[in-house]
Design a protein around this ligand. Structure first.
Ligand code: SF4
Ligand code: SF4
Length: 149
């Protein structure tokens, strides 16, 4: 569940920003709960089944990264809402931004549901997805029992 916003947007060092294609205006990242059990990881697998999503872990915190550009990013990569741009954009600095840093030091970085699938198999064992079939069978069994009563 998202709690707060982690967004990177242009700051005052316009020199660098002029050379850039507005990289920091092309996504937003929201913190998500740290997954604990297979169901939690499976929810993240579902996030990753959507286009333009990634999940990364930084300093032990998990984030959902949505790779959608801001509607105010102009064709010249400048902000079309500069006077009224949100605070998060006003306070962002170019130090260590997407253009100036090539290593974010992510502990984990998932770019597809398949990656999460493989990760879950390693973390919880190769049969991690079989439990869904078992649960389904159990449900069907108890349903048919109720009908015969
Ligand atoms: S990624 Fe960095 S250089 Fe590019 S627009 Fe954003 S703050 Fe400016
Ligand atoms: S409002 Fe402007 S500065 Fe902020 S993310 Fe959108 S385009 Fe970038």
């Amino acid at each position: 569940m998202a709690k707060t916003k982690k967004k990177k947007a242009p700051g005052k060092n316009q020199g660098r920003c002029k050379q850039c294609t507005g990289l920091c205006c092309r996504y937003f990242a929201l913190p998500i709960e740290t997954p604990e059990d297979p169901d939690d990881y499976d929810d993240i697998r579902w996030y990753l089944s959507h286009t333009q999503t990634q999940v990364f872990v930084e300093d032990g915190d998990w984030y959902l990264n949505v790779l959608n550009p801001c509607i105010y990013l102009g064709p010249d990569n400048r902000c079309l809402n500069y006077e009224k741009r949100p605070k998060i954009c006003r306070t962002y600095k170019t130090d260590n931004c997407e253009l100036t840093s090539d290593d974010y030091g992510y502990e984990l970085h998932f770019t597809s549901d398949k990656q999460m699938e493989e990760y879950m198999k390693i973390k919880f064992g190769p049969k991690v997805f079989e439990r869904y079939d078992a649960q389904k069978r159990k449900k069907a069994k108890s349903k048919s029992k109720r009908k015969t009563r």
